[in-house]
Ligand binder design. Structure first.
Ligand SMILES: *Cc1c(COP(=O)(O)O)cnc(C)c1O
Length: 362
């Protein structure tokens, strides 16, 4: 089920809008159709909707165009993670960050305890340590910037070393989005997204995706993740996909505004006496702070905001904050006083005034 608009020569901001459209036929719909049918008339390429859906295809074309590869959507970011881990043979070795999205660390831990995988947890900012751990590995899992420490990995160097050791490389690109970072261009084999976050962007869907290069090797990997999706059945609902497609159309505007707000807030937070440390990689719209007076003060900060929303998750239009260690699953590498800020698209002065009053009270 492919659409036909060739957008490859256009810039990313234009591709986000133009990709995933049906051919222009008089009287045809401009927006991608929301197709809820579970089955199709016999004789076509796809016979059943666990295997293919035109609304998925439209979203996959937009995301694939942005990352420079072939996208496959999943029911959640974690379902996409599961599909990538299915590329590792039973008993295989995975190198992964000790500090990363807590669901990824937990699923790797669980699989290691069950004897399904051997996991070597590393500090992704220590390139030499990661390279040393690659020997005999089947998969190197990268996340950059990481959730929630905002550590940045040297993706090209680690990818080259992993490939030299015969390992595949996956990179969770949720925090950067394909507008700020395209890991496939650095040779990464599979890019993973929690579409739930920036790509959908409105805190109203859970969805995920994998993207592989449009090369012989990448197409073979795409076929394996597609087979995994079809047989395990972790498929996104067409309605969720349609919402994500509607959301991603404004990604360039949202990311531009949120990043500008984040850079300004990071600068002001650095000068605030209640903030011991600001973690901000210099790009993106995520900022984490270590609250000087400790975990209780961090909880009071989160409870005292009126514009910022106290909730988990990130990447929505609304600014959100959360003390990460309130979640039982969170790795101990996250300081207890760390508050993660997902900077949204509101007016930056309103965001600052609200944070400043909440910090003063904490
Ligand atoms: C949220 C998140 C995930 C998991 O995605 P879900 O859509 O919640 O399943 C994976 N990686 C990162 C970096 C995330 O922030």
């Amino acid at each position: 089920m492919t659409h036909h608009a060739d957008v490859s020569q256009l810039s990313p901001a234009t591709r986000i809008v133009a990709a995933g459209r049906e051919p222009r036929t008089p009287g045809g719909s401009v927006g991608a159709p929301l197709v809820l049918s579970s089955t199709y008339h016999a004789g076509g390429d796809v016979i059943y909707a666990r295997v293919g859906n035109p609304t998925w295809t439209a979203f996959e074309e937009v995301l694939g165009s942005l990352e420079g590869g072939l996208a496959t959507t999943f029911a959640s970011g974690m379902a996409a993670v599961d599909a990538v881990l299915s590329l590792v043979p039973v008993g295989g070795v995975v190198v992964a960050p000790a500090s990363a999205y807590n669901g990824v660390v937990a699923t790797l831990d669980q699989r290691a305890r069950a004897g399904e995988l051997e996991v070597r947890f590393v500090d992704v900012t220590d390139t030499a340590q990661v390279i040393a751990a690659c020997d005999g590995a089947h998969l190197v899992w990268l996340e950059s910037p990481t959730n929630p420490l905002l550590d940045v990995a040297d993706i090209p160097a680690l990818t080259a070393a992993a490939h030299a050791a015969g390992a595949l490389v996956a990179c969770d690109n949720t925090f950067a989005t394909p507008l700020l970072q395209r890991p496939l261009e650095d040779g990464v084999d599979v890019v993973v997204h929690s579409v739930t976050k920036y790509l959908a962007g409105h805190s109203d869907v859970i969805m995920g995706a994998c993207v592989t290069a449009d090369t012989e090797h990448g197409r073979a990997l795409a076929a394996r993740v597609l087979e995994h999706r079809s047989l395990r059945g972790a498929i996104p609902g067409p309605t969720e996909t349609w919402l994500a497609l509607r959301g991603i159309r404004t990604l360039a505007l949202r990311v531009e505004r949120a990043c500008r707000n984040a850079a300004e807030l990071a600068e002001r937070l650095r000068r605030h006496p209640a903030v011991e440390r600001v973690r901000y990689p210099g790009f993106g719209a995520m900022v984490s702070i270590d609250v000087a007076a400790g975990a209780d003060a961090a909880d009071r900060l989160c409870a005292a905001t009126r514009v910022w929303v106290h909730s988990t998750s990130l990447g929505g239009v609304e600014s959100q904050l959360e003390r990460r260690r309130r979640i039982a699953l969170e790795p101990e590498t996250t300081p207890v006083s760390l508050v993660r800020l997902s900077v949204g698209i509101e007016d930056v002065e309103d965001l600052w005034a609200d944070l400043a009053q909440a910090l003063a009270g904490a």
